[in-house]
Design a protein around this ligand. Structure first.
Ligand code: PMP
Ligand code: GLN
Length: 387
């Protein structure tokens, strides 16, 4: 017998599953090689796994302090000062979170009020817009397009007004694989200086940066940092996306407000993983290898796909690369990504779900955080596009 249902009014328009869930489900159904959703198909370091097991066995299984295990926050503080030259107080300027998604959600909830405007750069990581809407904010999208995905900061300046509460940046950038330069950051700094705008800087791919480029963390810009919060994810740095662990860093007054919300929606994240990460990341070799490790994968993908009719925008960062398929098909990007998955056997992510108003670029995103065998097998299937 059918159950009675109460009526509900969704706080989100559009509804439905994320494009990552949609494409991964389709990939499984059609046994496609999944170059769509961003996750490595290789294991994280055995040393790290051993540390996690050790701390579970040693009984580190109860609550830890709300903003993070002191030992982890100290490791992170040293790491950030070493990399970006900014001294960070471990007890007041860091909060460990259940992944970057929760960090972004809590930051947006903490600082965006009804009617506040938030500028985002599209294609934008897909959780920003719904999170802004849940906070009652208004999304002001700046549209970037293939192949440059560049930002004209004079146009951004024109978008700023008295209602602008936040600007969300993301470097290295998912899904385009581009990075912000020092000049970009200085332009942003000039725009927000003497305003009430908070910059939320999504830096989850801080270590995935190539061709000798330097990550322009918000922490390299002291004036800008004073009105900013940066978001990080251990999922990317440790090849462990399923652990859903991350953290935020910022000036004390912003982190304090962040924590006042965090204590009611998470309190603390799991203790034993924090112990393990604290030990693991205290050795810088465990993250300084990442640029060359992933650059090699990017280059492998580029050489193996060179004979296909897909044209890459060579990634400067992240583990994603944008590909134009204009040479092979007139389909829209969602239809083409589904066709690739079901008929060619390689799952991809279309770009349009990352836009409020998709520009109609014939572009998909492929993930290269994969074993060489996986990239080789995918390349072989993609050769079928040659006809
Ligand atoms: N921001 C960006 C740009 C991402 O690509 C992702 C996904 N990895 C996240 C945030 C969310 O990270 P997490 O899985 O730690 O929630
Ligand atoms: N960040 C991952 C990506 O861009 C996906 C994360 C998710 O599935 N929510 O592919």
């Amino acid at each position: 017998m059918a159950q009675n249902q109460v009526s509900i009014q969704s706080k989100l328009s559009g509804g439905g599953a994320t494009i990552f869930s949609v494409m991964s489900k389709l990939a499984t159904e059609h046994r496609a090689i999944n170059l769509g959703q961003g996750f490595p198909d290789f294991e994280c370091d055995e040393k790290l796994k051993e540390l996690v097991s050790k701390y579970v066995t040693d009984g580190m299984n109860q609550y830890c302090p709300m903003a993070g295990l002191p030992k982890l926050n100290e490791t992170l503080s040293k790491k950030m000062e070493g990399l970006y030259g900014m001294p960070i107080k471990p007890d007041t300027q860091i909060c460990v979170t259940a992944g970057a998604t929760q960090a972004l959600y809590t930051a947006i909830m903490a600082f965006v009020n009804t009617g506040d405007e938030v500028i985002i750069f599209e294609p934008a990581y897909d959780c920003y817009t719904p999170q802004i809407h849940l906070a009652g904010g208004v999304v002001k999208p700046y549209s970037m397009t293939y192949p440059d995905y560049a930002i004209d900061w004079d146009r951004v300046k024109d978008m700023v007004n008295d209602k602008t509460r936040m600007i969300i940046i993301n470097t290295p950038h998912n899904p385009s694989g581009t990075i912000l330069s020092k000049g970009d950051m200085q332009s942003l700094e000039a725009i927000v200086k003497d305003t009430n705008i908070i910059v939320l800087s999504d830096e989850v791919y801080e270590h995935l940066i190539y061709d000798g480029e330097e990550h322009q963390s918000i922490m390299r810009f002291p004036t800008l940092f004073n009105q900013s919060m940066a978001v990080f994810s251990f999922g990317k740095t440790l090849h462990a996306t399923g652990w859903k662990m991350g953290y935020v860093v910022g000036p004390e007054y912003l982190v304090s407000e962040f924590k006042s919300i965090h204590q009611w929606n998470v309190f603390c994240t799991n203790s034993f993983v924090q112990f393990a990460i604290a030990d693991y990341l205290s050795d810088s070799k465990n993250y300084t290898y990442l640029p060359s490790f992933f650059q090699e994968k990017r280059d492998t993908m580029n050489s193996l796909l060179a004979d296909t009719p897909l044209t890459p925008k060579v990634a400067k960062g992240t583990y994603f690369q944008a590909y134009s398929y204009a040479e092979v098909s007139d389909m829209d990007d969602l239809a083409f990504a589904k066709y690739l998955t079901t008929a060619i056997g390689v799952a991809a992510i279309p770009m349009s779900p990352f836009y409020t108003n998709p520009p109609g670029d014939k572009v998909i995103r492929l993930c290269f955080a994969k074993r060489t065998e996986t990239i080789e097998a995918a390349a072989e299937r993609l050769m079928k596009l040659k006809g």
